[in-house]
Write a protein that binds this ligand. Structure first.
Ligand code: PLP
Length: 449
């Protein structure tokens, strides 16, 4: 049967009968069947169109059905659909060249994976072998993936069911001025106190036992936490002082999301390892990887690297990355993301903050913004409690429903909505979505004390 001849009912029935979904109580979900997608929009089977302010899972940086990527996948499939990683392959080599060309200087090698979690697994493996140390420091309020090591690195409730997890992973607090773990009132205080806290953590853990510090350059799902200027530079200095590898998880923040090729470019910081996935090819074919420094690569010059994946550097994935990065260059997509943040999304969200008592904080850069909703601006009590479920999340569900009714697909996490559209969104589309957000926020305002 032709798949595109299936009705909405048939698609839903197949899903309900045979598909087991991520992160969900299987009986409590009703996944919306999607008929098609183009640019910044997708459509359901009733023909209703949604402007995507979520980029799927903050993934589709280049928008839906970009013709250059579709053509590259089709051409590669016709030429060579797959080849195992031990061979050299044109698409794989060119993808690695293009990725390292936009990475900070001194990071000239790529190990390819199928996604972000595997990238983080291999990055910590590389750091451990390179340093001969075992311990890894990761932040609270983070997400690094759902495989054994990556979920242990994760600093949010998704880790809890997998505990005790992998030994030797220690969590510390990163900067978050609005809900400071250090009672800071300014970004400068938060930067200094968070760095002092990290220095103390290293002291009591024994800095010489620490292989790596891993952090999301700009924290994604846990709140678009943009580090204060100087924080990442400070972490870099602490790593250098103690021979610790700095791993920047740019699975969500990289490839244009922050209005830069990599979020670290915003501060000019060079990590030892960068992990990526999502925006590298907008998930048209699963792809992730680790970008390694020349120094770490040298460790494995004569000594075998003990890790690999059947699909590492898959030609279809790599050909789509080549087409995507080329289109990013040709179409000025990183600049578009930066300008959208500076000229449209940032200023408009700050106007909404003036108007809506439910908005406690607005923060972000590029096409990576959080609107944090509160019951009370003075106390900053969140509109719904941390990790709430059931009845307690009603205000956020009501807000999301108001967006969806009006044709906007929002990203919602805890008491926040994230404005994370594709990097290719036009200013008019962004304005249209923000106008819907404005209306939906009046629903959130009703829950304010
Ligand atoms: N790291 C970050 C920062 C992420 O946001 C994600 C996914 O959302 C991951 C890692 C895991 O990536 P994947 O789902 O491709 O394994």
């Amino acid at each position: 049967a032709r798949l595109d001849a299936l009705s909405e009912q048939e698609v839903r029935a197949l899903d309900r009968s045979h598909v087991f979904h991520s992160w969900s109580a299987q009986g409590a979900i009703d996944p919306l069947p999607i008929a098609r997608a183009q640019g910044s929009h997708f459509w359901d089977y009733s023909g209703k169109r949604y402007l995507d302010f979520s980029s799927q899972l903050v993934n589709i940086n280049i928008g839906y059905q970009h013709p250059k990527i579709i053509a590259a996948i089709q051409e590669q499939a016709a030429r060579l659909a797959t080849i195992q990683p031990a061979f050299a392959n044109d698409a794989r080599g060119e993808a690695a060249r293009l990725i390292t060309a936009v990475a900070p200087d001194g990071l000239n090698y790529v190990f390819f994976t199928n996604g972000g979690a595997e990238a983080n697994e291999n990055a910590i493996r590389m750091a451990r072998l390179h340093t001969g140390r075992h311990k890894v420091l990761a932040t609270y309020r983070s997400y690094h993936g759902a495989t054994a090591g990556a979920i242990t690195l994760t600093g949010d409730p998704r880790r809890w069911p997998s505990e005790p997890g992998q030994p030797g992973i220690v969590h510390f607090w990163g900067p978050y001025t609005y809900r400071s773990a250090f009672h800071s009132e300014t970004d400068e205080q938060e930067r200094d106190r968070a760095l002092a806290h990290l220095r103390d953590t290293l002291m009591v853990e024994g800095a010489h036992t620490v292989a790596a510090i891993i952090l999301e350059t700009v924290v994604g799902t846990n709140g678009i936490l943009v580090p204060p200027d100087g924080y990442l530079e400070g972490v870099r200095r602490l790593c250098d002082e103690h021979g610790i590898m700095l791993i920047a998880d740019e699975v969500m923040a990289g490839f244009g999301r922050c209005g830069e090729w990599f979020a670290v470019d915003h501060w000019g910081v060079t990590p030892d390892l960068i992990t990526f996935a999502k925006g590298v090819n907008s998930g048209y074919v699963p792809l992730g990887g680790v970008i390694l420094s020349d120094t770490i690569r040298a460790t494995f010059d004569q000594r075998p690297f003990p890790g690999g994946l059947t699909y590492s550097g898959h030609p279809l994935a790599c050909a789509s990355a080549v087409a995507s990065i080329t289109a990013f260059h040709e179409e000025g997509i990183v600049d578009n993301a930066r300008r959208l943040g500076e000229d449209v999304i940032g200023p408009r969200l700050r106007e909404l903050q003036e108007k809506h008592p439910s908005i406690g904080d607005v923060r972000g850069l590029g096409v990576f913004w959080a609107v944090e909703l509160v019951r009370n601006r003075e106390t900053r009590e969140p509109l719904v409690p941390y990790n709430a479920a059931g009845e307690a999340v009603k205000p956020m569900l009501a807000f999301a429903a108001a967006c969806k009714e009006r044709g906007l697909w929002p990203f919602v996490h805890f008491n926040r909505t994230h404005v994370v559209p594709p990097c290719t969104t036009t200013p008019d589309e962004a304005e249209e979505g923000l106008a819907i957000l404005d209306e939906a926020l009046t629903v959130a305002d009703q829950f304010v004390d």
